[in-house]
Design a protein around this ligand. Structure first.
Ligand code: SF4
Length: 403
């Protein structure tokens, strides 16, 4: 069957599919019917908790109506962090629980700390609980781990004590960099309940990732996938992209929904954490979660081909490779992530915020660094030097005095 369609037809069908997956706007949260029972769930490792396969990522403004919609559609796993929106993400969740206190026990609530010390984690957790108007979180993450060595004995003791005090139920970490190593080595610790990692149609097929996921499954560690769109939507700028997007649309779903389905194909992934900034995306994602049609082998093959053809535009987070090839301490993969938020997701504000979280000393070294060796080593053939300078130009200033 020939799935090729013209650019004009592509946009016509895309409009129909998008419209078909969105309900009419609702006037108030009270109008919503409870559809939560139909959302599929999966066990989260060996925690004994079943979580919805779609979870709500909170690094954005969270209007009450969005949270209510998420809850009533069965998206009862909410993910936030003490740093998201300068604490406002947690505050919005707190407002929700003030209004709907009976929902707290039904939400699998996750937040994270970037503190890098147990005293800082205690402070962060206390603040998070106050903001979210709750006395416990279900899963507490160390935020953005790059190496398993960051999870030391002090953190283990902290996690055990905090669990015993009833302030957290489970403990783990999130990771965007060196994900495969972090996942592979986490079972050796023996005290990690859950991990949230970058995982998508680009990353899921490598042997390293497969082995890492298997190791976690064997150890009963619950896995949540994030960054599942793999750098943004298909742009229909080449024949392959047009063919692929057209093929999905003619089967009744968008390429964004197909990418979610590709991840759900792996039963080891308990949930996909998705940032759903508006009702259109929320309803499209819910519709993908409820639709039991499996993505075909041929479509999976096409997604892989698309991934291979567009590799050089996607940073796969293997930070140890490029960062060990330069003579300065510079978090190249974090800068690539800033660029992804800006260029692929159109979220410049978030990109700039993340850029300024990089210590000033490291930002100062960025402009003068020679990235030649990093580029040679990069498996994705990223134009690292150019990209670093683009980021500096876009998100500067670099120096203290200009901050
Ligand atoms: S820039 Fe290249 S080597 Fe560095 S993290 Fe990204 S893909 Fe890996």
């Amino acid at each position: 069957m020939d799935y090729r369609i013209s650019r004009r037809d592509f946009f016509k069908i895309a409009g129909t599919v998008a419209a078909g997956s969105v309900v009419a706007p609702l006037k108030s949260a009270a109008d919503l019917p409870d559809q939560s029972a139909s959302m599929p769930t999966r066990p989260f490792g060996k925690t004994g908790v079943n979580v919805p396969i779609l979870s709500f990522g909170g690094s954005l403004h969270l209007p009450m109506l969005m949270l209510r919609n998420a809850y009533l559609r069965g998206i009862t796993y909410w993910d936030t962090a003490s740093s998201y929106m300068g604490g406002n993400s947690e505050k919005r969740i707190g407002k929700y629980f003030e209004k709907f206190p009976q929902d707290r026990k039904k939400i699998f609530l996750v937040t994270k700390s970037h503190a890098w010390s147990t005293a800082g984690m205690t402070d962060d957790l206390t603040r998070s609980l106050e903001r979210m108007k709750t006395d416990y979180v279900d899963l507490y993450f160390v935020h953005s781990v790059r190496s398993i060595e960051e999870l030391n004995e002090d953190i283990k003791i902290w996690a055990e004590k905090t669990k015993a005090a009833g302030r957290i139920r489970f403990f783990g970490f999130s990771t965007h960099s060196n994900m495969e190593e972090c996942l592979r080595e986490a079972p050796n610790l023996g005290w990690i309940d859950g991990i949230m990692m970058s995982y998508n149609f680009r990353l899921m097929h490598t042997d390293r990732m497969r082995r890492a996921v298997d190791a976690c499954v064997k150890a009963g560690i619950g896995l949540t996938a994030m960054k599942t769109q793999g750098g943004g939507s298909i742009r229909t700028s080449s024949e392959t992209e047009l063919d692929l997007a057209g093929r999905f649309l003619q089967q009744g779903y968008t390429d964004a929904q197909a990418k979610l389905k590709a991840v759900w194909e792996n039963q080891a992934i308990a949930s996909i954490c998705s940032e759903m900034p508006n009702m259109t995306i929320l309803m499209a994602n819910v519709s993908a979660a409820l639709n039991r049609t499996k993505i075909s082998t041929q479509d999976m093959r096409l997604l892989r081909r698309y991934a291979l053809e567009t590799n050089s535009g996607y940073c796969s987070g293997c930070a140890r490779i490029c960062e060990s090839a330069i003579d300065r301490k510079i978090p190249i993969s974090d800068v690539m992530r800033c660029l992804m938020y800006w260029r692929s997701y159109g979220d410049r504000e978030r990109a700039a915020r993340l850029f300024f979280e990089i210590p000033l000393k490291e930002r100062r070294h960025m402009a003068a660094c020679d990235y030649t060796q990093a580029e040679i080593q990069c498996p994705q053939q990223m134009a690292i030097g150019n990209l670093m300078h683009t980021a500096i130009k876009e998100f500067g200033p670099i120096s203290d005095s200009k901050l």
